[in-house]
Ligand binder design. Structure first.
Ligand code: NAG
Ligand code: NAG
Ligand code: NAG
Ligand code: NAG
Ligand code: NAG
Ligand code: NAG
Ligand code: NAG
Ligand code: NAG
Ligand code: CA
Length: 551
């Protein structure tokens, strides 16, 4: 690293110090996020020490690493960008763009009846940062795309299979294996941090200066759980579209399927025969009507409903009449649609889950819930983790099922707790984002979590340690309509720009290390279009030219 860059870095540090003490005062006294100039200097790129052969050092790990309950299964030094074969059954190959790097595959025995398989990718050009990665759905898949993404930004990255292998029928390993559920619910990510940091230190000869986490969906929940349960594990967390209030999210998805007339995933009858069912053609009619009623609420007719919570969609507008009997909703179907776009209340009248986001039904993945087959995630979780059976008839899935899901709460997976004080008090920074067109988890649930934390900590705004960005048009974790890529991971969108204004992971780094919190995050669509995304509770408002954020 040249001395010129050192001076530039120090300058950034000075700016950060100034911002920290001026802008964030008076919280500065309580929650100093600046690590002063020291951090900036330490975070210059670190290489495997001069004079050492990184290849030999890497391969040596197979015999030299001694970690609690851990067996090193394979070690490889990758010299050039390439595609490598992968462990586990989820994907057959993975790109490696940040080569040269050292790849370590290992297994941690978490108990006598459970184990977590994981990989650490350790790039030669390392910026001193550790990155833990999350998972999706109920799966047991090492996220190789995110390993590649993290290392391409020069993190030492680690991803695990979350305690079991595979995507299809991914709930089955839970059956009568409470420790596998514990790995899934909280332990795998904790051990990623504990064991991963030890591997990093052993390889580079120095501990990581800062530790980060990146995940979406189930991975967003895992990141939230980490902040609640193991606040020391990560200095900064990016938790996208988190599946928080997990049992209720599962139960609500079951109810949505029930609304459209599904009886049972394994029965021979299909929902299509139910009078409640809405065909894909009819969904197009519903979507078009939702846009007709709500697209321009934000001032721009672009197919994007900036704030679905402001859309009071009335399906009666497309109810069949004596004159129109096709391409319209029957009375029963109007009820179906009204149920879907209404919040779900429980047996005692308590809110179970927010309503489906109007507009999200147009996402291709919405058919997993409305397509006529019970969402596998729902049935797998209830059968294998809650009821402990292989067979169950879901015909009369109801609020009673949801009450049971909540009561059993396998592995303490609920993740619906507003007390993030321990994470805040140790200086942790939390960034979360949610697509306003998410077909699985409504962004409204992330607002609800924000409000829960706000109430619990008696803080009107959480800006000092927790920021939620709402992404109009975005689906689940990525894609959707408009500029929805902002460095949230390679899989959802590859067009993230390498700077912290456009990249939520790099924005987190700035916040943790330089005390510069992201006021906005700019999304890109890969074709030159951008949009400034706002943090809750600010609103995204069209000013006649562009969308800006307003109180
Ligand atoms: C992990 O468990 C396996 C299977 O029970 C066992 O063979 C292995 O020795 C254990 N490894 C460690 C490091 O405890
Ligand atoms: C990896 O595989 C992808 C897909 O087959 C291909 O497009 C890419 O060029 C490969 N990369 C390298 C470095 O071989
Ligand atoms: C190692 O395994 C033992 C017994 O299962 C457990 O108590 C301990 O916490 C484990 N350590 C780690 C780092 O996982
Ligand atoms: C971003 O790109 C610049 C070169 O344009 C590079 O020096 C820097 O290391 C990159 N940042 C990251 C985090 O990869
Ligand atoms: C239905 O059609 C009849 C005959 O064409 C017409 O008189 C009536 O106004 C129509 N009703 C509506 C609600 O469009
Ligand atoms: C299923 O097993 C778990 C323990 O793994 C237990 O807590 C739960 O109550 C069981 N479910 C039922 C319906 O008995
Ligand atoms: C579902 O409810 C109906 C009506 O109450 C009842 O006839 C049927 O037996 C129930 N099915 C199951 C599997 O519980
Ligand atoms: C809208 O906001 C942009 C960006 O802040 C600004 O450049 C522009 O002047 C504003 N337009 C109006 C009409 O206020
Ligand atoms: Ca619009």
């Amino acid at each position: 690293m040249s001395s010129i860059q050192l001076i530039i870095s120090s300058g950034v540090g000075l700016t950060a110090l100034w911002r920290c003490s001026v802008v964030n005062y008076p919280y500065y006294l309580h929650f100093p996020c600046c690590r002063l100039l020291l951090a900036t200097i330490i975070l210059l790129p670190t290489f495997v020490r001069a004079g050492e052969d990184p290849s030999a050092k890497c391969l040596g790990l197979k015999n030299t690493l001694r970690l609690e309950n851990t067996t090193i299964l394979d070690v490889a030094y990758i010299t050039a960008p390439t595609n490598v074969s992968t462990a586990g059954s989820c994907q057959s190959s993975a790109p490696v763009t940040a080569a040269p790097l050292c790849r370590v595959y290992f297994v941690i025995n978490t108990t006598a009846t459970s184990a977590v398989h994981a990989e650490a990718w350790l790039p030669d050009t390392w910026y001193g940062r550790f990155l833990g990665l999350g998972n999706r759905g109920l799966n047991g898949c090492i996220d190789y795309n995110d390993l590649d993404y993290g290392t391409s930004l020069h993190f030492a990255a680690i991803g695990s299979d979350n305690g079991h292998d595979g995507t299809s029928g991914s709930g089955l390993p839970f059956l009568n294996h409470p420790e596998v559920i514990n790995d899934f619910a909280f332990r795998a990510i904790h051990l990623e941090a504990v064991i991963g940091k030890q591997i990093v230190e052993a390889y580079y000869g120095t501990p990581a200066t800062k530790s980060y986490y990146l995940g979406c969906s189930a991975g967003g929940r895992q990141g939230t759980q980490a902040a609640l349960k193991f606040p020391e594990d990560f200095d900064g967390i990016v938790a996208g579209a988190p599946a928080t209030d997990f049992n209720h999210a599962i139960g609500w998805a079951g109810m949505l399927t029930q609304y459209v007339g599904e009886t049972d995933p394994d029965s021979n009858t299909t929902a299509e025969s139910s009078p409640k069912f809405i065909t894909p053609e009819l969904w197009s009619v519903v979507s078009a009507e939702i846009l007709r009623q709500c697209d321009t609420l934000d001032g721009v007719q672009d197919g994007i409903i900036t704030e679905p919570d402001a859309c009071n969609f009335r399906p009666e507008a497309i109810q069949c009449t004596a004159n129109q009997t096709t391409g319209c909703l029957t009375l029963v179907q109007v009820e179906t649609v009204k149920n879907i776009y209404s919040p779900l209340f429980g047996l005692d009248g308590e809110l179970i889950y927010p309503r489906y986001s109007p507009g999200a039904e147009a996402d291709p993945l919405a058919s997993l819930i409305f397509g006529g087959i019970f969402f596998r995630l729902v049935t797998d979780w209830e059968r294998y983790a809650v009821l402990n059976v292989t067979e169950h008839d879901f015909t009369n899935f109801s609020l009673q099922d949801i009450a049971l899901l909540k009561e059993v709460n396998p592995g303490g997976i609920a993740t619906f707790d507003g007390d993030l004080s321990a994470f805040r008090d140790r200086g942790g920074k939390f960034l979360t984002y949610h697509g306003q067109r998410d077909p699985f988890i409504p962004a409204t649930n992330s607002k609800r979590v924000y409000d829960l934390i706000s109430h619990t900590l008696s803080l009107p705004l959480l800006d000092d340690f927790y920021r939620l960005f709402l992404i109009p048009g975005m689906g689940h974790c990525g894609s959707g309509l408009g500029p929805t890529s902002f460095g949230q991971g390679i899989a959802p969108g590859t067009n993230a720009v390498n700077d912290s204004a456009h990249n939520i992971l790099l924005a987190l780094v700035d916040w943790v290390e330089d005390c510069v919190a992201p006021a906005t995050i700019i999304g890109s669509d890969g074709n030159g279009m951008e949009r400034t995304h706002c943090r809750y509770p600010m609103r995204s408002v069209f000013n006649g030219t562009v969308f800006v954020c307003e109180e």
